[in-house]
Design a binder for this molecule. Structure first.
Ligand SMILES: Cc1cc2nc3c(=O)[nH]c(=O)nc-3n(C[C@H](O)[C@H](O)[C@H](O)COP(=O)(O)OP(=O)(O)OC[C@H]3O[C@@H](n4cnc5c(N)ncnc54)[C@H](O)[C@@H]3O)c2cc1C
Length: 266
């Protein structure tokens, strides 16, 4: 690991000021992705700005028809939250299926979506539920947030403060987990919302995406059988020793059906 200067600001303004004025500074959340890359010397930063002590970035609040989760809220907190289980059960299921206990007790929702790993679980919930990403500068629609492989709409130094999820009527999440890391080889989030059905797929392509053919079919009738006959083009999908692009394409429909069934069972 290369040397860096460690900062632990107590409020958002101080964090924004540090990240904006230090040479090559980087935000630090749970460190589950950032620290391994530093240890392996794949990345190097002059300063790390740890968001851990900023109380306003923590916590889960339900207000009317929305559920707001602070950026520094850890996966284990979301998985165990009665508020989440009641408002969006599929989100608690998703958080509880991330990695292992160590990862869930360190990793955060803000770090996960900022990192935009193509196999991460949370991006599918952000897109599938039509969430809004709130930052220290603006609000970004979930539909516009993920822009490519490890790429997001965040500007340099922009800090995610929370993710605001509109409550769906019902929703479900299913994934084919990598046997070691539990990252999604393919994962599908399905949500029946006031304005129709949204289906978001993670793990298959370079970035999370919506499956409009499935959305159309499920908006007509929210039932797994409606997905019979829908095929997914594997062109551009990931292909590796764990799953070919064709396998991932096939798994999307299988998982989407299971996610609908899980949503129906709520
Ligand atoms: C062994 C292992 C298994 C895993 N399995 C899974 C899995 O099954 N599913 C899954 O989805 N994920 C998995 N992960 C990823 C993990 O869940 C974390 O979410 C992820 O590593 C990033 O979150 P973090 O809080 O640790 O962020 P960090 O590693 O601290 O930061 C990641 C990136 O986000 C930026 N960042 C952090 N917070 C903010 C913020 N508030 N605003 C702007 N930028 C920010 C950082 O600067 C950095 O670039 C796994 C990780 C490991 C190590």
């Amino acid at each position: 690991m290369h040397d860096f200067t460690y900062h632990r600001p107590q409020d958002l303004g101080s964090a924004a000021s540090l990240i904006g004025t230090k040479g090559d500074a980087k935000l630090l959340a749970g460190g589950m992705s950032l620290l391994p890359s530093l240890k392996l010397r794949l990345t190097q930063y002059s300063d790390l700005v740890d968001l851990k002590s900023i109380a306003t970035l923590q916590g889960i609040r339900r207000e009317g028809d929305t559920l707001t989760i602070g950026a520094m809220t850890r996966h284990a907190i979301v998985a165990a939250s009665d508020e989440v289980k009641q408002a969006i059960p599929a989100l608690a299921v998703l958080a509880g299926g991330i990695g292992d206990p160590l990862v869930r007790n360190r990793g955060t929702i803000g770090g996960s979506i900022a990192n935009a790993d193509p196999a991460a679980d949370y991006p599918s919930a952000v897109l599938g539920l039509g969430a809004t990403v709130v930052t220290d500068r603006r609000e970004i629609a979930g539909d516009a947030f993920f822009t490519g492989l490890f790429e997001t709409a965040l500007e340099d130094g922009e800090i995610i403060t929370a993710v605001r999820f509109p409550l769906p009527r019902r929703s479900g999440y299913m994934k084919l987990p990598h046997p070691a890391s539990r990252f999604a080889l393919t994962g599908v989030f399905v949500a029946q919302t006031q304005s129709g059905v949204r289906v978001a797929v993670t793990g298959a392509g370079p970035s999370v995406f919506r499956l409009t053919a499935a959305e159309k079919a499920l908006t007509a009738d929210f039932s797994p059988a409606e997905l019979d006959g829908i095929t997914v083009d594997p062109d551009g999908f990931s292909s590796d020793i764990h799953a070919s692009a064709e396998y991932r394409a096939h798994a999307i429909i299988v998982l989407a059906k299971r996610a609908v069934a899980a949503a129906q069972a709520q």
